[in-house]
Design a protein around this ligand. Structure first.
Ligand SMILES: [Zn+2]
Length: 383
């Protein structure tokens, strides 16, 4: 089992991008696109800090951006790695190395999706743009934020598929894939009294009913585990000695919305007006977008396969927040095969199975086609 995605992922992993140097990795992708007559450029915010942007032009509808990043976390203690972090070694059906999952594997998957769409040679009803950016691990100022401010093709995109979700919650078909719809914010209460009154109000809210249902064992074990993981974000924790509240939330139309997957495709939606904010956000949750065209296509594509989506808010921060804050519909979706171990993200012996690489490429290709091809073209494609 091999494809363009595996070859590119291996090449990208061999470039050390822990502390910059993304231009070298970006050039690998630019060369791949140039070979296939896909328009692509490497854009540097600073010397060596390059991001690659590739474009398939399309009709007047708002473009779809495939976003990944080329920089990686550090290696930690090198002796803890069984496979060298820069090796790109394939062993027993898995590709090893720093960035295999976060996020060079996804950059490679996106690159193959671009080349496959280009190969169809069909008119697109909206442009398809690939961005593999620099500087995500350090907040995005040298990559995504720089490009949002300086590149019209990216700024004009209305929809983004990025990292941050996609693993299935269960082991057997039908699969329930997570899709990242938001990221945690951090909220600080000024006084203990403010916090006490907040929790008093919370206990009267529908969320209290959710916890009750959980304790009564209404849900399957895997959904229960997922919900508990989500729920932990709803409890205040201590950071640097200060009490913080980390709800899963986003801003939409002036109110904070908390979406918690409740059961199957049902969400529990929980709203705060601005007056509910007794304290201050130390890290505000990103704004939500009121568009949901991409989400509809994702849901329909999975439904046709008999699978479904579980909206999910991740505790980590990624460049997705920059796109959300720019008003783009942004979903984190890097679909992986069931049983994928999510091994070693920011840890040791990071790896991805070759099965996941293939599944992600096939599924994202289908979703992208459903979103950017007109109906006529789609019927040509399926014939
Ligand atoms: Zn990442």
């Amino acid at each position: 089992m091999s494809g363009i995605a595996l070859d590119i992922a291996r090449e990208l992993i061999t470039v050390d991008t822990r502390a910059g140097g993304e231009t070298e990795a970006a050039e690998l992708l630019r060369a791949l696109f140039a070979d296939r007559n896909i328009s692509a450029a490497v854009l540097e915010s600073q010397p060596g800090r390059g991001s690659v942007v590739a474009i398939l032009p399309g009709g007047p509808e708002a473009g779809l951006l495939l976003h990944s990043h080329l920089d990686t976390a550090g290696f930690g203690k090198i002796e803890q790695w069984k496979h060298s972090p820069l090796s790109g070694q394939v062993d027993n059906g898995r590709l090893y190395g720093r960035g295999a999952l976060d996020c060079k594997g996804l950059a490679a998957v996106h690159a193959e999706v671009m080349t496959r769409v280009h190969g169809l040679d069909l008119p697109l009803r909206r442009p398809l743009i690939l961005l593999a950016s620099a500087g995500e691990e350090t907040g995005g100022t040298l990559g995504s934020q720089y490009l949002l401010a300086n590149n019209d093709d990216i700024a004009r995109c209305g929809h983004v598929l990025g990292e941050g979700g996609g693993y299935p919650l269960n082991d057997r078909s039908p699969f329930r894939y997570t899709v990242q719809t938001g990221e945690f914010g951090r909220f600080e209460f000024p006084t203990e009294d403010d916090e006490a009154s907040f929790w008093k109000g919370l206990m009267k809210s529908p969320i209290a009913g959710l916890f009750q249902a959980l304790w009564e064992g209404t849900y399957s074990p895997e959904l229960y585990r997922h919900l508990m993981g989500q729920a932990f974000g709803l409890f205040p924790t201590r950071l640097d000695g200060k009490k913080i509240f980390t709800p899963e939330c986003r801003w939409q139309d002036g109110v904070m919305i908390v979406d918690t997957p409740f059961s199957g495709e049902h969400w529990l939606r929980w709203r705060f007006g601005p007056d509910a904010n007794a304290g201050k956000w130390t890290m505000p949750p990103p704004k939500g977008s009121s568009q949901n065209k991409l989400m509809d296509v994702l849901r329909d594509t999975l439904k046709k396969q008999g699978n479904s989506l579980v909206p999910h808010v991740s505790p980590g921060h990624s460049d997705n927040r920059h796109f959300r804050n720019a008003g783009m519909e942004t979903l984190g979706f890097f679909p992986l095969s069931s049983g994928e171990r999510l091994a070693g993200i920011h840890g040791y012996d990071e790896s991805i199975s070759l099965v996941s690489l293939r599944l992600a490429t096939d599924l994202l290709f289908e979703i992208v086609c459903n979103f950017i091809l007109g109906k006529k073209c789609l019927s040509v494609l399926t014939l």
